[in-house]
Design a protein around this ligand. Structure first.
Ligand code: NAP
Length: 353
């Protein structure tokens, strides 16, 4: 099979770099175009990027010219672009992604701008692949030839991968979550080192709202032309901590019935979805890995499990009213580029790309 030709928007940023790293040598996708801000346009990718993922960037990609972020520039790149991965800031994505979809481009986006729109799928492939049917609603309603599918906020992806099996097998009434989020979650120039070294910042603008509303859409039921939100209350407190990659979340969850630790563990470990059944290239064997040690998960040790595509759960405790556990996920892989690529792989298998 010929490889699907992809463009990465916002390719010089932290999520953009993860895209390029995960797409280098990918069996289904070939990167043919990269874009960034006007500051970088016209430069070679290797000259425009402060590469953060090891000693050198994937060789052939370094010579790509950074294009302007527009439908015109993608059309003129010398290749037919089959699929677009976006790692743009939300304010830019809000304008550019609809323009691209209108012009026939198929976009999988990490930006928050369009996530909560009724006709825009917000997808974790193991959790709600059926929501991709909203693409048809979107195209019909907006007259678009292409489409936009979105990938959730990083903390949302990590939490919701654990909520889905617990909701299906045990039932959940309420979730309280406190996050300890890595600095890479704020992008390359997001948090000044003088603010975060030797410190914890107990506020991340807009994050609690996203973490409280996005899981309800992802866990909701598709009903014709929209998603009926899940009946579940999520309360969040978000903190920035001095860790490079990997968000750790402390979860208190009120189940609909009493459960034992062994049952919770079995439900989480047994979870799998369509990506595992289809053996998609980036699918982890187990999307949720459970560790028994009393001091796991930890960002430095567990953010690389299954190439960053699995979330790692530990410290499961059950009392009469609550299940408590810690979950760790790689915010730039499962929380961003990796989840988006998995959506792309699924779209290819479904024949939508
Ligand atoms: P970042 O490191 O700040 O990178 C931003 C990228 O956007 C850079 O490539 C930048 O290009 C480009 N850009 C900036 N202004 C632009 C413009 N006017 N036109 C075109 N491109 C422009 O941010 P990031 O962490 O990679 O995040 C990217 C997106 O993913 C954001 O929407 C973010 O909310 C979302 N996200 C991030 C994470 C995470 O863990 N970091 C997780 C989930 C979702 P230059 O280098 O030329 O400035």
């Amino acid at each position: 099979m010929d490889k699907v030709k992809v463009a990465v928007l916002g390719a010089t940023g932290l999520v953009g770099q993860r895209f390029l790293d995960l797409l280098a040598g990918h069996p289904m996708f070939e990167v043919v175009a990269v874009t960034a801000s006007p500051r970088s346009v016209g430069k070679r990718y290797k000259d425009a990027t402060r590469w953060m993922l090891g000693p050198s960037l994937p060789e052939p990609l370094g010579d790509l010219e950074v294009l302007e972020t527009s439908p015109k520039a993608l059309r003129g790149c010398g290749c037919e672009v089959d699929l677009v991965f976006s790692a743009l800031p939300s304010s830019i994505a809000r304008e550019v992604e609809p323009e691209l979809a209108k012009e026939g481009f198929k976009v999988v986006s990490n930006a928050s701008a369009l996530r909560m729109l009724d006709d825009v799928p917000l997808v974790i492939p193991e959790v709600n692949p059926e929501h991709l049917k909203l693409i048809e609603v979107q195209q019909e309603r907006r007259g678009w030839r292409g489409f936009v599918v979105t990938s959730p906020n990083c903390s949302t992806s990590i939490l919701t991968l654990t909520l889905k099996p617990l909701m299906d097998h045990i039932g959940i009434k309420e979730v309280h979550v406190t996050t300890m989020q890595a600095v890479s979650g704020a992008g390359y120039s997001g948090v000044p080192s003088m603010a975060i070294v030797d410190n914890v910042i107990p506020f991340i603008s807009g994050e609690e709202e996203k973490l409280q509303r996005e899981p309800l859409k992802i866990l909701g039921k598709l009903s014709d032309d929209h998603v009926e939100k899940a009946e579940l209350k999520v309360l969040a407190s978000c903190n920035r901590v001095c860790v490079v990659d990997g968000h750790l979340e402390s979860v208190f969850l009120r189940p609909t019935r009493n459960v034992e630790v062994e049952e919770v563990k079995k439900v989480l470990e047994g979870f799998e979805g369509v990506p595992q059944q289809l053996k998609l290239p980036l699918a982890p064997v187990k999307p949720v890995v459970v560790r028994d040690e009393e001091d796991r998960p930890q960002p430095r040790l567990d953010r690389v499990v299954e190439r960053g595509m699995a979330v790692v759960v530990g410290r499961i405790r059950c009392s009469e009213e609550w299940i408590r556990y810690m979950v760790l996920g790689n915010n730039v892989v499962r929380g961003a580029a990796g989840n988006a690529i998995l959506i792309g792989e699924l779209l290819v298998k479904m024949g939508r790309v």
